[in-house]
Write a new protein. Sequence first.
Length: 335
Amino acid sequence: MKQLLKTGMFQMARWSGLMPSIRRIFAGRAVILMFHEIQQDCRSELMTGTSAAFFEHSLNWLRQEGWEIVSLDACLERLATDPRPSRYAVLTFDDGYRDNVAAALPILERNNAPFMIYVPTGAPTRTLQSWWLGLREIFRSRDTVTIDAMGIRFRCPDFDNKISALSKVTQWIHQDYHRAAMLAPTFNKAGVSLSALNAAYFLDERELQALAQHSLASIGGHTASHAALASLDVLSALAEMTDNRNYLEKLLQRPVRHLAYPYGDSRACGPREEHLAKDAGFSTAVTTRHRHLCDRKLNYFALPRIGVGGQFETRIAFEARMSGVQSAVHMLGHT
Ligand SMILES: [Zn+2]
């Protein structure tokens, strides 16, 4: 509903010729975009990622609209030092999916676009409790799914039922990240191996080493186990960050200075995690709070990002998010 309202306001603003004013007042000077999987066939992955075609469209649109795609370091430096009203976009990918290289890299190379990939240790080591991949696998391959921990039996014989059931269970986890561990018996019973899914979907150590050599790529940390840091005690939360940073620096033989908090919302990270990220030796950390970046009041350990992809993504919704119309709606008290 909120999305409809924002998209509606965006359409109205476009028709009324107000867009240049809205952009001037509400859009920031920079955005950090967040992607996950870049898929060739989104339907077979139950609309959980961004299609390669949409990814390419978004890069073309950014260029046409005058957004310069730069690395995170370059973006922060220019916001701090460049007085010109240029606009910058930073491309980030979470989790280290194999399709970021197979599907996105050729598009990034064609656009000469720098990018950041945030990698949790458990992805290349195949130990990640990637419950989101396990759930997708179960809903994709079965017409009836029982999630014991929720006490619910989903009937999902067709595509729409599968998407809606997957979305319900995912939301249930996001309400309390401790619940992720409660899915293990469901995966066991269904014969779903998370380590096999990790091997199928995430880059391995050798592929990450090769990617780190690429002139457009930066690799950032994403914790050891992809835990919601705020749900851990302070020493465990710090160890999640330092262990991951040490692992990546040893593997890639280069400094790892940037972090993405897993999940990145207010349930997963807050002021305590911002201090811990600094203590762990990172220079910046990104969240999933949906905002543009302005040059004033920038907190380098809670940088906002705008997510792209998922089942509700459309060109018009993307343009609305990039235009700052969401900020306008927010300031008018509608969210
Ligand atoms: Zn993640």
